[in-house]
Each structure stands twice: as C-alpha cells, then as structure tokens.
Design a protein around this ligand. Structure first.
Ligand SMILES: *[C@@H]1O[C@H](CO)[C@@H](O)[C@H](O)[C@H]1NC(C)=O
Ligand SMILES: *[C@@H]1O[C@H](CO)[C@@H](O)[C@H](O)[C@H]1NC(C)=O
Ligand SMILES: *[C@@H]1O[C@H](CO)[C@@H](O)[C@H](O)[C@H]1NC(C)=O
Ligand SMILES: *[C@@H]1O[C@H](CO)[C@@H](O)[C@H](O)[C@H]1NC(C)=O
Length: 418
C-alpha cells in the first residue's frame, strides 16, 4: 500500500490502559511500530455516528431511553448538536436502524398517508409502519449541508416482500424499488448529497426480526445499482452502494457478493454488538477485560477475508456498533469507561482494514455520543473527535510486550508534519 512517510515519521500512538482490579502493575514495556509500510488504510472519514428511527416509546428493561432523538423528531436547531457536527468538519452519519425496513418516503405516486410509528405488539420490532415526510428530509439536509456531514442513508429493503408462511422470519419475493426510486429522484432533484445508499438493516444470515435470502439480496443489489445509475445518470454525484447492514455470516455474505457481482456493492457493512445485552450487570467488567475484548477480533478478520475473497472490489465497514445491544447500558455506555471499549474497537477495526466505523448512536439510547435530553457530549464524543482529528488513514503494525491491559495502536497522523 503506498504511503508517504517523511523522515520525521508523522505518526500517532494511541495507548489505552484498561483499568481493573485485576490489572498487574506495568513494568518496563516496549512498544514497537513498523513504520516502513501501512498494514491497512481507513477512509479519511473513518469515524461515523448513526441516527436512528426509534420513537419516544421504544423501551428496554422498563426504560425508554430514546426521548426525542429520532430522525423524525430530533431538534435539529439545537446549538450543541449543530456545533458538535461542525467540530468534526465532516462527520460521517449513517441514517438507519431496526425500523428502517418499515419506513416509506412521502413522495411520488406510491406515497399515500404518512403515518407515525405506533406501538403494535404484532408489528416488526413492536411498531407499525412509519414514514419520512419530505419536509423533514429537507430540514435534515439543511443541517447536513450546513455542517458538512457525509450521509449514508439506509433504504427499506422489505418493500414488496411478504413474510414466508412456512419459514420462520424469512421474507420472500423481490425488493420493490418504486418508492425508494421516487425518494432518490427527489433527493437528487434537490441536490442533496447522499454519499452512499444502503439497503436493509439486519436482514442478513438468520436476521434479527426478519431475514432475506442471500441470493435474492444479491439480485436486489443489482436492482438498486440500476436505479442509482439510471437516476444519477451523468450527474456529478456518484453515490456508493452499501449492503447488507447486518450481522456477519460467512456463507450469507459470500452468496450475496457472488450474486451481485463485481462493482455493485462498494462497501460491505456489518454490525458489532460484542458486549451483550444492555442490562448485563457484568458490562462494566467486560469493557475492561482484554481477553473479552479480543474475542471479536475473529469477526473483523473473517469479514475482511470474506470481502477479499468474494468481493475484492469492495471493502468492509462497520455500519453500526453500539457495544451493548437493546439501547446500551444505562450509566455505562454513556460513561468514561465505555471509551476503553470504543477506542479499542476503532483501533481493532482499522487494523483489520475496515474503512469506516459507525457508532450507534450520535444521540438516543444509553450509548449516545450526545446526551439524549441535554445534548451535552458524553466522553465517547471526545474520543470520536480526537480520533477523527488525529488518527490518519495509514495504519501501522504495532505491538507491545507489556501487560495485556495495555493496548497500543499507531497510525500515520492525519495532517502532514509541519
Ligand atoms: C418530545 O417532544 C414533545 C413535543 O415537543 C414533548 O411534548 C415531549 O415532552 C418531548 N419528550 C422528551 C422525552 O423530551
Ligand atoms: C450545500 O449545498 C450547496 C447547494 O446545493 C452546495 O453547493 C454545497 O456544496 C453543499 N455543501 C455541502 C457541505 O454539502
Ligand atoms: C401466505 O398465505 C396467505 C394466505 O393463505 C397467502 O395469501 C399468501 O400469498 C401466502 N404468502 C406467501 C409468501 O406464500
Ligand atoms: C444511573 O445514574 C443515576 C444518577 O446517578 C441514578 O439515579 C440511577 O439510579 C442510575 N441507574 C442505574 C440503572 O444504575
């Protein structure tokens, strides 16, 4: 991989010392960095945060931690929010989440009523179908434009399909692109910059609440590619295609890539929730246990090998990762301790050549970077910002002979040495 290193090697080291009652005291430790060549290269905008659809009545463990943090009701004029985005200069934002596969877009012939999500115990994820009004999309784009944010938008991948009568949570039939196409046309007509379009959320493998067959998904990606090529034509914008935004499953991912074929899927997005459920009493200990944190390295490695083997034209991204699932851990996922997990993840994902890492969530849930009620940044916000400002795309091989509680990552610095 080409890399320009001046003699005053501009590199940055990140040290993470996991504090724990179990950690032995550190003696003399040497850290070695191979600076001759990069072992991996991230995107220039590696740090990414998600915005989700969850309404105020999304609850877990008797708590409802989403407040008004949804894509549909977030206060977009809050000055802390605006300044937080501006601090990055170019924060990558992924719009998506569990409810995205039941969202319609209020545009075109296919648009009728535009209902809000309502609690419905028979609905997918416990909610009815919802809708994005174009007026709200206009407001969101004013914010994105004025803050220089880079947008990935997750499209509804269940449109046109129906639940199998015989096979668990499988949805059958091909994807109906009609409403998505109208939405994409509207977006381009307004000159809104969507850097990438993603299809579906957590439908890969056995799925979370719904699943789609990998071969069918591969065909649907070709259909989406045709829509994008057709709509954008000779426009200056050439958005990327992302898929599947779900949990890694080797065979499913391989089949999807084999079917969609060369040049269709630009980035293979997968999700990480390696800390278990948000109400786990052990959460705070897991975050500081290097042996526990190491386990998920296998997933990064497997995803990278699968993409290299079956989709060498694309690259792996973490499309969503919040640590603990079901909205994160109260008083843990939004606290200082969480950065031991988060910064280690950013380092690990880079080492395994993942180009982008989207943190669930910018705001909302217990794993929010900005407090859901006050918008005041949590510690992980500053970790994200520091990484974005300091850690460049060139990832260097870094080892240390000290305690496993010491984690070290080195990248070429973001800005050229003066
Ligand atoms: C959300 O916004 C609505 C309407 O402005 C308000 O009535 C409600 O109290 C807010 N909820 C929270 C949790 O802030
Ligand atoms: C904001 O929108 C204007 C008008 O479409 C465009 O020229 C400009 O490049 C946009 N800026 C960003 C940061 O997307
Ligand atoms: C499931 O069964 C219903 C009623 O028998 C039928 O209308 C529908 O087409 C079936 N769905 C599929 C996907 O086969
Ligand atoms: C979280 O912290 C608040 C404020 O310190 C406290 O009142 C609350 O009981 C804590 N909740 C849990 C689940 O630990």
């Amino acid at each position: 991989m080409p890399l320009s290193l001046s003699f005053a090697v501009p590199l940055l080291l990140l040290f993470l010392l996991l504090f724990s009652g179990l950690s032995p005291t550190l003696g003399a430790t040497s850290v070695s960095i191979k600076a001759a060549t990069a072992i991996a290269k991230t995107d220039d905008n590696f740090v990414c945060a998600t915005m989700d659809w969850w309404p105020p009545d999304k609850c877990n463990y008797g708590m409802c931690p989403w407040g008004n943090a949804s894509i549909l009701n977030l206060d977009l004029s809050n000055p802390i929010l605006v300044n937080a985005l501006k601090a990055f200069g170019s924060l990558r934002i992924r719009i998506g989440g569990s409810l995205q596969d039941q969202v319609s877009y209020q545009v075109g012939d296919s648009a009728h009523a535009c209902p809000d999500f309502k609690v419905d115990k028979h609905g997918l994820f416990g909610f009815t179908e919802g809708c994005l009004p174009m007026q709200r999309w206009d407001e969101l784009n004013r914010l994105f434009n004025s803050t220089g944010s880079i947008i990935s938008f997750g499209l509804n991948a269940l449109a046109g399909r129906s639940k199998s009568n015989s096979s668990g949570n499988l949805y059958e039939g091909r994807w109906d692109p009609t409403n998505a196409r109208d939405f994409i046309e509207y977006t381009l007509s307004k000159d809104y910059a969507v850097e990438s379009w993603e299809l579906g959320n957590e439908l890969s493998g056995s799925g979370v609440s719904a699943s789609v067959d990998a071969v069918q998904y591969g065909k649907d990606m070709i259909a989406l590619k045709n829509v994008i090529d057709d709509v954008y034509g000779r426009s200056k914008q050439h958005p990327k295609l992302l898929a599947p935004g779900g949990f890694f499953d080797e065979k499913w991912f391989a089949d999807m890539l084999r079917t969609s074929g060369p040049g269709v899927v630009d980035a293979v997005t997968h999700h990480i929730y390696n800390l278990g459920p948000g109400n786990d009493k052990d959460l705070i200990r897991k975050i500081q246990d290097p042996y526990y944190l190491d386990q998920v390295a296998q997933t990064f490695d497997d995803a990278l090998s699968t993409v290299r083997q079956f989709g060498p034209w694309s690259s792996p991204w973490i499309g969503e990762s919040g640590g603990a699932y079901n909205s994160g851990g109260k008083n843990v996922s939004n606290a200082f301790v969480d950065s031991f997990w988060y910064l280690d993840q950013l380092g690990m994902a880079s080492t395994y050549d993942h180009k982008v890492y989207c943190r669930q969530a910018l705001i909302g849930g217990n794993y929010c970077l900005l407090d859901t009620t006050t918008f005041v940044p949590n510690p992980d916000f500053y970790s994200a910002l520091l990484w974005h400002q300091l850690m460049g795309p060139g990832v260097l091989h870094t080892t240390n002979d000290g305690s496993p509680y010491l984690r070290a990552y080195a990248h070429c610095s973001k800005k050229k040495a003066r």
